[in-house]
Design a protein around this ligand. Structure first.
Ligand code: FMN
Length: 186
């Protein structure tokens, strides 16, 4: 069992990273091998819209830090995507990554990930009401599932500003840990 996490916050020791790591800790304790990538420190350019990936057996022609992530995702059992809410939505770093997952779509808009990858979404936000950005989270769930990353659970920690505020949100931390354990079972 392998679980790969992607953190879309620039703060490596911030709330989102802590929550993603808590998911991965749960997965590790269920015997999974885990890995985490910090998108902010990677050279990931925006999709160029060239559609080279839509040719039969086509792949993304950009040879940046996204290139090895395609196989990483193909070869993993589950994916965790974590992002803070920036301006009501995912961070730019996360959006660049998601746009590049266009490679996983065939020309007929079916995806190339077989039965799909089990996926968990993790959000942190300053707003204290965890329901405030629900429409944005629903949209992201739809987009990722369409790309073959089937979102089966979403963890939200609200009211976080200082990098370790999430540690006070016992409910979110526990949900993250349990989601990591659960993703290894079903
Ligand atoms: C540029 C920027 C934009 C933000 N936009 C929002 C927002 O629209 N809604 C919100 O609730 N919080 C917003 N926040 C607060 C962050 O989502 C929140 O502090 C989050 O927990 C930071 O995550 P991190 O610690 O992983 O970096 C914003 C923060 C920054 C720096």
């Amino acid at each position: 069992m392998k679980v790969v996490g992607f953190v879309g916050s620039p703060r490596k020791k911030g709330n989102t990273a802590r929550l993603v790591n808590e998911v991965l800790r749960g997965a590790q304790e269920s015997g999974a091998e885990t890995k985490v990538y910090f998108l902010n420190e990677m050279n990931i350019k925006g999709c160029q819209g060239c559609r080279a990936c839509k040719k039969p057996e086509g792949v993304c022609i950009q040879k940046d830090d996204m290139a090895p992530l395609y196989d990483e995702i193909r070869n993993t059992d589950a994916v965790v995507v974590g992002t803070p809410v920036y301006m009501f939505q995912m961070t730019g770093q996360t959006k660049l990554f998601v746009d590049r997952l266009y490679t996983f779509l065939n020309d007929d808009f079916t995806h190339k990930l077989g039965e799909g990858k089990k996926t968990l979404m993790v959000y942190t936000q300053g707003q204290s009401d965890p329901g405030t950005f629900q429409s944005s989270f629903d949209l992201n769930k739809g987009v990722l599932s369409f790309l073959g990353l089937k979102v089966q659970d979403t963890i939200v920690s609200a009211g976080t500003y200082k990098p370790d505020d999430v540690l006070k949100n016992k409910e979110a931390m526990e949900k993250a840990y349990n989601a990591g354990k659960t993703v290894c079972k079903k």
